[in-house]
Design a protein around this ligand. Structure first.
Ligand code: PGA
Length: 239
């Protein structure tokens, strides 16, 4: 799954989407491919990817259904553009928009209610990792989401993205990521949702994707920078 973040433009997107569309065909027999685009481009993405092997989604959603929430975008609006996915609780939103664990769970709930699949992002900062708090932080972030109940949890995706690995070129090692993924899997299993897909994110590139995907509890990747280059993104999917 690609996370374009605040990148793109009509012209650049058209080329990227055409390249993804052309390259995705055979890969889609083996994995799910998706891109999460900025809101203004969802119409373009839906029209250029319609009928292709690549699905799409947004990078955030309001916890509210509708109303006086200037600047927010509801899950039903995302449905109007046939989004399948929506990221919730990306670390950039937690850090720069003060999103709490509870708000992230509310967003996941709103997405599920509209039939979208929320991709719940969790991950510790470098400071937290250094203090040995990784699993504690992940558990705190997941708890309100797991409290949504087994049925809800079985319909979402979790993305583990250590904040220190995002956009830094310094990915977690496969073993480091696997340890955290195994802990997440155990938490999911405790609510009968062990089959939920757990993606790793943080400096995933074509070069390190295969070693990450070889880990038993890493089911896929949430890819930032490398998702803006079609060939790189498709090579990650091929891995
Ligand atoms: P990155 O970003 O792949 O550029 O590190 C990942 C993400 O933030 O989703």
């Amino acid at each position: 799954m690609g996370n374009w973040k605040m990148h793109g433009g009509l012209e650049a997107n058209a080329k990227l989407l055409a390249d993804l569309r052309a390259g995705a065909g055979i890969l889609a027999d083996y994995c799910t491919l998706a891109v999460c685009a900025p809101f203004p481009y969802l119409a373009q993405v839906s029209s250029l990817l319609d009928g292709s092997a690549v699905s799409w989604g947004a990078q955030d959603v309001s916890a509210h259904e509708k109303g006086a929430y200037t600047g927010e975008v509801s899950a039903s609006m995302l449905n109007d553009f046939a989004c399948a996915w929506v990221l919730v609780g990306h670390s950039e939103r937690r850090a720069m928009h003060a999103e709490t664990d509870e708000l992230v769970a509310d967003k996941a709930k709103a997405a599920l209610a509209a039939g979208l699949t929320p991709v719940v992002c969790v991950g510790e900062t470098l400071q937290e990792q250094d203090a040995g708090q990784t699993l504690e932080v992940i558990q705190r972030q997941l708890d309100p989401v797991l409290a949504l109940g087994a049925e809800a949890v079985s319909r979402l995706v979790v993305a583990y993205e250590p904040v220190w690995a995002i956009g830094t070129g310094r990915s977690a090692t496969p073993a480091q990521a696997q340890d955290v993924h195994a802990a997440i899997r155990a938490r999911l299993a405790a609510v009968n949702a062990a089959q939920v897909r757990v993606l790793y994110g943080g400096s995933v590139k074509a070069d390190n994707a295969a070693s990450l995907f070889a880990m038993p509890d890493i089911d896929g990747a949430l890819v930032g920078g490398a998702s803006l280059v079609a060939d790189e993104f498709l090579r990650i999917a091929a891995a």
